[in-house]
Design a protein around this ligand. Structure first.
Ligand SMILES: Cc1cc2nc3c(=O)[nH]c(=O)nc-3n(C[C@H](O)[C@H](O)[C@H](O)COP(=O)(O)O)c2cc1C
Length: 847
């Protein structure tokens, strides 16, 4: 083919190629003004929507919006002006107004002399790519912001190389700087809590192997400071064409705060807030599990139900805070002495339970009850005051085939009630009839409490406290032992109240009279086996010779083998020295368990005989003018050998157990008078007394009256407080006592009104000068419409009867405001002052 022809052919082909190109192609004439278009190919027409006829002779700028500033334009202009090549992306508009991204490549064409003649422009519509890039950028930015905002750490694990990238925040969560942790898998794995590691790895394997759809779990990671942080980790994998993952990436969120809150909430839901012990819900759950497990084992499950004896009195006398501290201490002792695996719980109030998961039977459970009780008996010291607690315990054993958890708790509860009915500090095993006194407890094991339940007839039963004349001055301690003289009834007082029993000490003989053959045999063999010197054993009686100080041990040892009833029915008499028994000794014989109480109350005997009693004073104020002290209530305190204070509850508890109520109550009254005189109290005085400790007012109270007279106090300043009682015969007794006091010019207050059932009855029968509204009814009365109604009615009634009222236990301004509104006359409580010695003379007027 000739050269020209070949050239023509080439041009034609070139023209066809240009026509067929999917890129828009523009030719301009650079020699003419404004660089007009001289050719556009079909792709140009397609992309822009303009036919060639409409664009030829125009400059290409018409494709742009002239108002729109574009960063690349300056570069384009400069290139065109200088005749250079240029590539860049421009935003252009089609004929129909829709925008598109135009990637433009401009190439200058020069003639043989190098002069610019033309420009070739090649366009590519890159809208789709540009939008995808924009979208990606936007989503990346959003992701960035989200991660920064969420405070999450990011990890990205390349499964092919085992390299893991940890974001700076990931490391910061664990206390490290960005450069401090290696980018390896181990940096993470080695920090997982050992207890969580297996679970985490299993979850991850499950996800990577395609068995689970999600990789998400919570686990603990070790922080640099040695603590563990709870981390929520979430991840997703990227899989290859074969479905196998090659990358796993995700986030870490520190959820420690939430986890701790959850743990606290869960703990709170299942534990008692005060003692931290499991609550009823958790106890029941554990019991359910224990019963289920026991079903597969031989050994039964046992539940011990404990209820503290006299806890209410601790609360009433020392306040709720003290009561709470006692509960905390009881909880601590129970927990400390429980076996590993057993559950100690507080069901509420002063009720505790112990779950014994693996007992050997009733005997074993009873032994635990005894051990626990023994651990409760040492006194609890509260800011200088000592209180002792004991518990009544019911034991129930679970046969898993028969029993439901709630049945077992109920059975233990019932057994506890039965044991409480028999006395304090005892236990009973449900369904076995087995009941026994617990190990001899510390003195005053009946906690703080008044001894009002003591039978006044006890005064006549003889024994070591039999009547004898006395010449005691008011406030001086009663004499110890029987007073042989015959001075008669000086001051007309009852010497029973004046004379203390002898201390069960020194060498001597213990005489025992046992109720049954069986009891006799048991006691005899036990004494022999334990090495006691049994001098004789016949006709249901045993005589044991004793060295000094061993009596208490002997009584404890015997009590442990006899049942509660046997110990009650066994009569015992200790004869000090070497003399044999005479007929006059016989009335001194008493139940064995009483002897043991007496032995345990040596401290009280010493306290009374050494006159180690004092009185605290709590002001009673006028409701209308709460800084004015109307009266002081005298509150008994004992002083132990180390100078610490002993509560009245413990004193009266021991007094009642050891039958020294008469002497103790007299000493208490005298102490109040003595201390008030000593401190020069000028206000009225409220003095407590125990009606049960007064056998005959004429005899028993004369000494009190005498003490008042000797102290130079005028009787109308003194108000004797009595507690209401439900027993009709006691009411009569009380009436006589009140009448006696009134006749002598004293006034009478009825205490704790609202705490029992017979207040109304008592008010009209006793006609007191004051009634004291019980603190239980007053506490929170301004917040409790029910209490407010009941308490309000009592006050209203008292006003109608012209009886003055004292609202006890006022602790808040709200309670005081309520008392004022309801027209109460006087108030008493921690809001004004706690019991003090010496007594407060004035109160703050700040209120
Ligand atoms: C061959 C050629 C093709 C061009 N194609 C386009 C185009 O497709 N879109 C566009 O906005 N500008 C295009 N231009 C740029 C404009 O024609 C013009 O040079 C630019 O807008 C600068 O001039 P101005 O500042 O007067 O607008 C092209 C320029 C040449 C030389």
């Amino acid at each position: 083919m000739p050269g020209d022809e070949r050239e023509g052919q080439g041009r034609r082909l070139l023209g066809l190629a240009v026509e067929a190109s999917s890129n828009g192609i523009v030719l301009t004439d650079a020699t003419r003004y404004d660089n007009p278009i001289i050719y556009v190919n079909p792709a140009f027409e397609r992309i822009t929507g303009y036919p060639a006829s409409e664009v030829l002779g125009r400059n290409c700028r018409f494709l742009r919006d002239p108002q729109e500033a574009q960063p690349t334009l300056d570069l384009l202009r400069a290139a065109v002006e200088e005749g250079r090549e240029w590539t860049g992306i421009l935003r252009n508009y089609r004929k129909n107004g829709t925008p598109f991204w135009n990637e433009l490549h401009l190439a200058p064409v020069r003639d043989a002399e190098g002069r610019l003649t033309n420009y070739i422009g090649i366009q590519e519509d890159v809208t789709a790519r540009k939008e995808a890039e924009e979208a990606l950028k936007e989503s990346e930015e959003r992701y960035e912001v989200a991660i920064r905002g969420s405070n999450d750490g990011i990890w990205d694990w390349d499964l092919t190389t085992d390299e893991v990238h940890y974001s700076p925040r990931w490391k910061e969560m664990l206390g490290y700087e960005d450069h401090e942790l290696e980018s390896g898998f181990d940096s993470w794995r080695d920090r997982i809590h050992p207890e969580d590691r297996e679970r985490v790895m299993a979850t991850m394997r499950g996800y990577l192997e395609g068995r689970t759809d999600h990789y998400e779990l919570e686990h603990r990671l070790l922080h640099r400071d040695g603590s563990y942080r709870w981390i929520l980790t979430r991840g997703a994998s990227v899989r290859g064409a074969d479905g196998a993952p090659y990358r796993l990436a995700g986030s870490h969120t520190d959820v420690t705060g939430r986890k701790e809150l959850e743990e606290r909430l869960e703990h709170r839901a299942f534990h008692d807030g005060l003692t931290g012990l499991p609550n009823r819900a958790l106890f029941t759950e554990r019991l359910e599990h224990a019963l289920a497990r026991a079903g597969r084992r031989e050994n039964p499950v046992a539940v011990l139900f404990l209820d503290l004896d006299g806890f209410k009195e601790i609360n009433d006398e020392l306040g709720h805070e003290a009561g709470d501290r006692v509960l905390v201490e009881v909880a601590r002792r129970l927990k400390e002495n429980a076996r590993p695996g057993d559950t100690v719980a507080r069901l509420g109030g002063d009720e505790f339970t112990v779950l014994l998961e693996d007992t050997q039977g009733a005997e074993d459970a009873a032994r635990v009850a005894e051990r626990i009780s023994g651990k409760l008996s040492p006194p609890i010291r509260l800011e200088g005051v000592e209180v002792s607690v004991s518990a009544s315990i019911g034991v129930a054993l679970g046969d898993p085939a028969r029993v439901r958890p709630q049945d077992l708790v109920r059975e233990a509860d019932n057994a506890m009630y039965r044991s409480k009915g028999r006395g304090k500090g005892l236990y009973e095993v449900h369904g076995t009839g087995k009941s026994a006194p617990l190990r001899p407890t510390a003195p005053g094991s009946s906690a703080i409490g008044t001894a009002a339940a003591e039978d006044p007839a006890g005064c006549t039963s003889g024994g070591a406290s039999a009547c004898a004349p006395s010449s005691q001055r008011s406030g001086t301690p009663p004499a110890r032992g029987r007073t042989a003289g015959s001075k008669g009834f000086e001051n007309g007082s009852c010497s029973r109240c004046e004379t203390l029993p002898e201390k069960l000490a020194g060498p001597g003989r213990l005489y025992l009279w046992l109720p049954l053959d069986h009891t006799m045999t048991k006691a005899y063999h036990h004494l022999r086996a334990e090495g006691w010197t049994v001098e004789s054993a016949r006709d249901y009686s045993v005589v044991v010779r004793l060295d000094d100080g061993r009596l208490t041990d002997l009584v404890s040892s015997l009590s442990a083998v006899l049942s509660g009833q046997e110990a009650e029915d066994t009569r015992a008499l200790f004869k000090p020295g070497g003399d044999g028994l005479t007929v006059s000794d016989i009335p001194r014989a008493q139940p064995l368990n009483r002897l043991s109480s007496l032995g345990n109350s040596d401290w009280l005997l010493d306290m009374l005989s050494e006159g180690r009693l004092t009185s605290f004073f709590q002001p009673i104020v006028s409701v209308g003018a709460p800084h004015e002290i109307f009266a002081q209530e005298c509150l008994l305190r004992g002083i132990d050998e180390e100078g610490g204070l002993v509560t009245p509850g413990r004193i009266f508890g021991a007094a009642k157990n050891s039958r020294m109520l008469f002497q103790t109550d007299l000493a208490a009254r005298r102490t109040a008078i003595r201390e008030a005189t000593l401190h020069g109290v000028t206000s009225n005085l409220f003095i407590n007394f125990t009606p049960a400790a007064v056998y005959d007012p004429v005899f028993c109270l004369r000494s009190t009256v005498e003490a008042v007279r000797e102290a130079g106090l005028s009787p109308e300043r003194i108000v004797f407080e009595v507690t209401e009682t439900e027993e009709a015969k006691d009411v009569d007794h009380l009436k006589n006592i009140a009448a006696f006091y009134r006749e002598k010019g004293f006034r009478v207050a009825l205490d704790d009104v609202g705490s029992g059932y017979s207040s109304l009855n008592m008010i009209h029968r006793l006609r007191p000068d004051f009634i004291k509204l019980d603190m239980q009814l007053v506490r929170g009365v301004d917040q409790d419409p029910y209490k407010a109604l009941v308490a309000g009615k009592v006050l209203e009634m008292a006003r109608g009867l012209d009886v003055e009222t004292i609202v006890e236990g006022v602790e808040t301004e709200g309670e005081l405001a309520w008392a004022r509104e309801k027209g109460a006359t006087f108030a008493q409580g921690y809001l004004f002052s706690k019991p003090m010695s010496p007594p407060l003379r004035t109160l703050s007027t700040a209120r």
